[in-house]
Design a protein around this ligand. Structure first.
Ligand SMILES: [Zn+2]
Length: 274
């Protein structure tokens, strides 16, 4: 599932392909993809793309006249860029044809079509309004994080992946952040000491920025359907030795997600509480 670092790289790589281009056509391939009907998606046609942004796990295409197209790739979605003459595959959810003969397409290969989009008129934030702190923004201060965590009797892993509190972090990067912060994913937020809170605060943007750099190093300026995760320290490495201390990485399955951690580096008491 794409998370903040993946989406940040997609945003950066989409920018030179789209900004300054005018939309020549749009097509929605399954009705549930589009969550809004006013303004109609055809309103995008004839407008220039002025900027590509990201907020949490949403991609934002800004168009002339302050219209915005919001895209959420959900679990399996990815973005394709190629010639408009290339016939759309059955996995195509949406396409935006540009005036240079190229398309931007949202590909949803999952059996359940989960990717979604919103066309927003000026002044409307849509689902983005419900998002929590943006971890790479200057407003992500220790005080802001403390405000979000204050008194919460919730485990750190669940808290970090709650988009209403902090936006953009999913299963994989929550594990990486907690490894970097040397904190157990099962710790309750209200039990953190000041130094631990500080460690967590530093680890969040550090981990995300590091991951953005690693992904860019591997895919360059390309758009890819690959999930680039081979550089991670704990997530997806269950059973393998920790790269710091050699202890086997452990895994706990909760709901549909897995939590991977180093029991030694992260000082995990077993059995995990909750
Ligand atoms: Zn370790």
């Amino acid at each position: 599932m794409p998370e903040l670092p993946d989406l940040e790289v997609i945003k950066e790589n989409l920018t030179p392909r789209t900004v300054g281009r005018t939309v020549r056509g749009v097509k929605v391939f399954f009705p549930a993809f589009l969550k809004t009907w006013d303004p109609p998606v055809e309103e995008l046609v004839g407008r220039q793309v002025t900027e590509v942004g990201r907020r949490g796990k949403f991609l934002l295409f800004h168009l002339e006249g302050e219209l915005r197209l919001l895209v959420h790739l959900m679990r399996w979605g990815w973005v394709w860029h190629g010639r408009s003459s290339y016939a759309p595959t059955r996995a195509t959810a949406f396409l935006l044809s540009l005036d240079d003969g190229m398309d931007i397409r949202v590909i949803e290969p999952g059996r359940r079509k989960l990717a979604r989009a919103w066309v927003l008129p000026p002044g409307e934030a849509g689902p983005v309004a419900e998002l929590g702190l943006e971890p790479l923004a200057p407003s992500f201060t220790p005080e802001a994080l403390r405000g979000v965590l204050a008194g919460r009797r919730r485990q750190l892993k669940r808290l970090l992946t709650d988009q209403h509190l902090i936006a953009g972090i999913g299963n994989a990067y929550a594990d990486e952040i907690l490894f970097r912060a040397q904190l157990s994913p099962f710790r309750y937020a209200h039990t953190l000491s000041e130094p631990e809170l500080d460690r967590l605060w530093r680890a969040i943007p550090e981990t995300l920025r590091w991951a953005i750099g690693e992904i860019k190093r591997r895919i360059g300026d390309q758009l890819t359907d690959r999930e680039v995760r081979d550089f991670l320290w704990v997530h997806g490495r269950a059973g393998k030795p920790c790269r710091v201390c050699g202890t086997p990485i452990e895994e706990v399955l909760v709901g549909g997600g897995r939590t991977d951690f180093c029991p030694a580096c992260q000082n995990v008491n077993r059995p995990p509480a909750g």
